[in-house]
Design a protein around this ligand. Structure first.
Ligand SMILES: Nc1nc2c(ncn2[C@@H]2O[C@H](COP(=O)(O)OP(=O)(O)OP(=O)(O)O)[C@@H](O)[C@H]2O)c(=O)[nH]1
Ligand SMILES: [Mg+2]
Length: 183
């Protein structure tokens, strides 16, 4: 399986992938530097822990197909040439949008839709990560999705898109992302 992580400059890709590698290594003092090239992250997916009280209440999570994945981050400054990273098939795309920076959303949308229109990505699965939720107020998530015209485009595109809200600081959404990576 080949995974690619894209999104505009400073969207939160490096901190997301660092957090997935080791959640305890990221806290409110963490910061990352802009990626001027690509970074390869090897992520070990932790086993699912089911709370005893949920056993008869929630349906069991889908079986995991893999417990180790490699994700290539393409730095935002390389976003204009992202097509160069499709020289081998890409199965899954993680697309990161900074929810706390609505000024960047239109640019993020243009890049996202150019990827969704790419013939070589018609069969890829997409994960849209609304990042930095600790800095965004809840309504900003709805505004971001509205500005990306998600509801409208979801009906028109071939790909399967999963949307998750995430914060590298408080780990919101981390289990959903592990599940998406592993299944
Ligand atoms: N509060 C908060 N800050 C974050 C979060 N994720 C990233 N940041 C900060 O946002 C800035 C940019 O994060 P990066 O992960 O480097 O962004 P990037 O998408 O990799 O950026 P490029 O490599 O330039 O494309 C850094 O200062 C991070 O510390 C988050 O979930 N919450
Ligand atoms: Mg980066």
């Amino acid at each position: 399986m080949s995974y690619l992580c894209l999104g505009p400059i400073s969207a939160g890709k490096t901190l997301l992938l660092t957090c997935l590698q080791n959640p305890d290594s990221v806290n409110f003092t963490s910061h990352s530097v802009p990626s001027v090239g690509t970074n390869l992250f090897t992520i070990k997916i932790p086993p699912v822990v089911i709370d005893e009280k949920d056993i008869n209440v929630k349906p069991p999570p889908p079986p995991r197909k893999r417990d180790l994945v490699q994700v290539r981050e393409v730095g935002g400054c390389l976003a204009p040439i992202w097509r160069d990273y499709l020289n081998r098939p890409v199965d899954k795309v993680i697309y990161v949008v900074d929810t706390s920076n609505l000024c960047q959303i239109s640019a993020a949308g243009v890049l996202l839709y150019s990827m969704l229109a790419e013939p070589r990505l018609q069969k890829a699965k997409f994960l849209l990560v609304l990042s930095k939720m600790d800095l965004a107020y809840r309504q900003m998530r709805n505004e971001a999705l509205l500005m990306l015209q998600m509801e409208k485009f979801r009906k028109q595109i071939a790909q399967d898109i999963t949307i998750v809200q995430f914060s590298a600081i408080n780990k919101e959404g981390i289990d959903e992302i592990y599940e998406w990576l592993a299944t």
